[in-house]
Design a protein around this ligand. Structure first.
Ligand code: PMP
Length: 373
């Protein structure tokens, strides 16, 4: 019976400590992606209220290709393209939807898609729906991307090569060698797709992301998401007009889904304005990163010089036990285990946000040291 097999599956997951359950927020935030603390910022709340008062709708009523297209979507896309420096932009309800759309629709049969071994699950899901040949390369290895594309060409590959990376890796906190990857893309006439989910708002000039100098190139596509540093939800694919037109015509998650709430677009636009107007938020976060690197690095956290500092444990059970001990001391830290991260690399994913101060970081360091003792 179907449900019996599902019950067995859950029991097997539980036996391997792999069962996922929902836990409430509790303790000082060292795990959210609300990096700039915009999610509850008074100015963003006021923007949402003002949007409602000027009549912005809570729902779009249909696909963007039908009656769901709203001036708020178009205003956000125009503003986003201007802010990020791309020729065009297309709004999706989430980064997940945008990645599945991109990777399923853009690479064609006969193309090659080379992806970093640590790209997000949403990129994998899009690739699974797509028609291109896919090849993983070792993490952050631009030379491996180069030789993989060259070998494919030598074997007679004639389509377009695509390169998929993140600019700041979600679970490792490290940065991609974007300049090298852009050079590889130029050399092979390849398209470079850069997921900036964790860089948007935090890095680059005015928070435009780590790919801020690549946006606007014909062969570069970036994904900027609103659910993390921007404190709300949704995502912009920043690209050429041609790529935008193609996605509108062919991307199934765009075509066959109710358009995001016009209110979500209005709030996202207000969050972009806050990035431009409030550079001090970024500066405060960067100062916290320096402080945390000095305090948590000696305890084993990877010093990435970004707001994501994983504390690698290895064993799943040991990571869970460490998380529970630190949680008991009053901190919201979560164990990240396979399949979210590779087998044998369970960790606490420590993230820094403006919800904490230097004293909280110092107290966390004490709690981690005690838990490990
Ligand atoms: N890409 C990366 C690298 C992510 O970390 C995430 C969110 N975990 C996504 C895409 C999906 O974005 P969203 O949360 O907006 O669906």
């Amino acid at each position: 019976m179907l449900l019996a097999s599902h019950r067995d599956h859950l029991a097997a997951l539980a036996a391997r400590d792999r069962l996922r359950t929902l836990a409430p927020r509790r303790g000082v935030d060292f795990s959210s992606n609300d990096y700039l603390a915009l999610a509850a910022a008074p100015r963003l709340r006021a923007a949402a209220t003002a949007a409602l008062e000027r009549g912005v709708a809570l729902g779009s009523g249909g696909s963007r290709l039908l009656r769901g297209n709203d001036p708020e979507h178009e205003a956000l896309e125009a503003e986003g393209a201007r802010f990020f420096g791309s020729a065009a932009a297309l709004f999706f309800g989430s980064g997940y939807a945008a990645n599945t759309a991109l990777f399923a629709a853009l690479p064609q049969a006969g193309d090659l898609l080379v992806y970093d071994s640590l790209v997000h699950a949403s990129a994998h899901d899009g690739m699974r729906l797509g028609r291109a040949e896919t090849v993983a390369t070792p993490h952050n290895d631009a030379d491996a991307v180069d030789t993989t594309v060259a070998a494919w060409r030598a074997r007679g590959g004639t389509g377009t090569p695509w390169i998929a990376v993140e600019s700041l890796y979600s679970m490792d906190g490290d940065r991609a060698p974007l300049a090298d990857l852009a050079a590889v893309a130029e050399r092979h006439d390849a398209m470079l797709v850069i997921d900036e989910a964790h860089a948007t708002g935090v890095w680059g000039e005015r928070g435009r992301g780590l790919a801020d100098t690549l946006d606007g190139r014909e062969n570069v596509i970036t994904l900027k998401t609103f659910g993390k540093a921007l404190g709300c939800e949704g995502a912009l694919v920043c690209c050429s007009r041609l790529v935008r037109d193609f996605l509108v015509a062919r991307a199934r998650p765009f075509i066959f889904s109710t358009a995001p709430a016009p209110l979500a677009a209005a709030v996202a636009r207000a969050a972009l304005a806050m990035l431009a107007d409030e550079p001090e938020r970024r500066e405060r976060l960067h100062a916290l990163i320096a402080h945390a690197s000095a305090r948590l690095g000696p305890l084993g956290a990877t010093v990435t010089w970004t707001q994501v500092m994983p504390l690698l444990v290895g064993d799943d059970r040991a990571a869970l036990d460490l998380a529970v001990a630190v949680q008991r001391a009053g901190f919201d830290v979560r164990a990240i285990r396979p399949p979210t991260v590779p087998a044998g690399s369970a960790r606490l994913r420590l993230s820094l946000t403006l919800h904490v101060g230097t004293a909280d970081i110092d107290a966390l360091a004490v709690a981690v040291a005690e838990a490990r003792r």
